[in-house]
Design a protein around this ligand. Sequence first.
Ligand SMILES: [Cu+2]
Length: 167
Amino acid sequence: MVFHPNRRTVLAGFAGIAGLAAVTPAVAQGGGTVHDIQMLNKDPNNPRNRMLFSPRVLAIDPGDTVRFLPVDPGHNAQTIDGMVPEGAEGWRSKLNEEFEVTLTVPGIYGYKCLPHLGMGMVGVVFVRGEGMLENLELAQSVRQRGRAAKAFEEIWAEAEQIGLMTA
Ligand SMILES: [Cu+2]
């Protein structure tokens, strides 16, 4: 896992020099793609849904970067104990701060917003590749409460629906 706290600045400078800012998708330093997850107070598609990561199910390739965007204040993103693949490290972002993490180990990464875990503000990143589902059972066996438990049920169902739950 690699942190790139200042990469946006670096990339912006590079894109400016290359003159490609408008047409080039975000590419991480290592060549992987950058995927954004918004941290929101309200779901634009359903205002009754409060405090959420969007998207809360994300599948990426090894070496890709996940970027958490503090669109609304009061959120962070941190991995949940027991929901990180063996050999990989978790992460913990600060409140209200944009945060990037590059994931190289295939598997399932469950994370939460610490202030809003009780409101079901959780998400899962699937890193594709050999062994992606090796920690699925372990991740699913982590005890969740209340709305977080409900959110994870929905997340696993959504992952199943988009074909992530079969190797
Ligand atoms: Cu939150």
